[in-house]
Design a protein around this ligand. Structure first.
Ligand SMILES: Nc1ncnc2c1ncn2[C@@H]1O[C@H](COP(=O)(O)OP(=O)(O)OP(=O)(O)O)[C@@H](O)[C@H]1O
Length: 229
């Protein structure tokens, strides 16, 4: 069963603008893919439908067997536990330490302190931030802050990670590092969807690419086809 299915999804914003039109695709468990397209093509809107910041106007978004149309009220935060989100502006709590920023989702979930410590330190070490856990976000570089945002999104071991232009502000070396980190998540059971308009980066990763054009799915390119270009 796919981890995610878009079934003929359209999204019209209240002003009457069609951001997505009849978009259908599946994401397999353990798959990583990119969504690309021009500015305004609908990439962010598509991701917002997955973590329920927006709702489709027509069609269905299925997360495993869950029809997201039916997820309302108290069930929204429960759904979001299974979907990690990485933004370009990582929205860290600037007055809390790196450790606290990453631990927060686990504290909210009521995990035991010992378990939280193990998980947070594990992810900090993997991201090369082990020595910085007591630092404040303002004491870190932009790339380090972005890694903290990613750590926070993956510390709860979500089934799906969605990232919206996650390397937008970063230099090529850091972008490559972050992409390598994303690419390592599927083997740990997390599927990954990355929206990016950086075509060079998307091509280098050699993953499946969905191309949006004015809200329509214009292409669904397999990694093999990318390699041939
Ligand atoms: N809240 C909103 N209300 C009305 N229109 C919106 C809203 N959010 C986005 N749009 C419009 O929907 C279209 C798709 O926007 P979206 O942000 O999904 O595109 P995008 O591909 O992510 O663009 P970018 O690469 O510039 O971030 C755009 O024309 C945008 O102006």
């Amino acid at each position: 069963m796919p981890v995610l299915r878009f079934d003929n999804v359209s999204k019209r914003y209240s002003g009457g603008h069609d951001a997505l039109t009849e978009v259908s695709f599946d994401v397999a468990a353990g798959e990583m893919l990119f969504i690309t397209g021009h500015s305004g093509a609908g990439k962010s809107t598509l991701l917002k439908l997955i973590h329920l910041s927006e709702r489709p106007s027509r069609g269905a978004v299925l997360f495993g067997e869950r029809n997201l149309m039916k997820v309302r009220g108290r069930r929204v935060p429960l759904h979001r536990r299974e979907v990690g989100v990485v933004y370009q502006n990582h929205q860290l709590l600037m007055d809390r330490s790196i450790y606290d920023n990453i631990a927060l989702p686990l504290i909210l979930r009521g995990l035991r302190r010992g378990d939280i410590g193990k998980r947070v330190r594990g992810i900090l070490d993997r991201l090369g931030l082990g020595a910085r856990e007591r630092a404040l976000p303002s004491q870190l570089s932009a790339g380090e802050q972005q890694r903290v945002g990613i750590a926070r999104a993956v510390v709860g071991e979500p089934r799906l990670l969605v990232a919206d232009e996650p390397t937008g502000n970063l230099d090529p070396t850091l972008s490559a590092e972050i992409m390598a980190l994303f690419a390592s998540l599927p083997e740990r059971g997390t599927s990954v969807i990355v929206a990016s308009h950086d075509l060079g980066l998307v091509k280098r990763m050699k993953k499946r690419v969905l191309v949006l054009d004015h809200g329509r799915l214009a292409d669904d390119i397999s990694p093999e086809d990318l390699a041939d270009e």
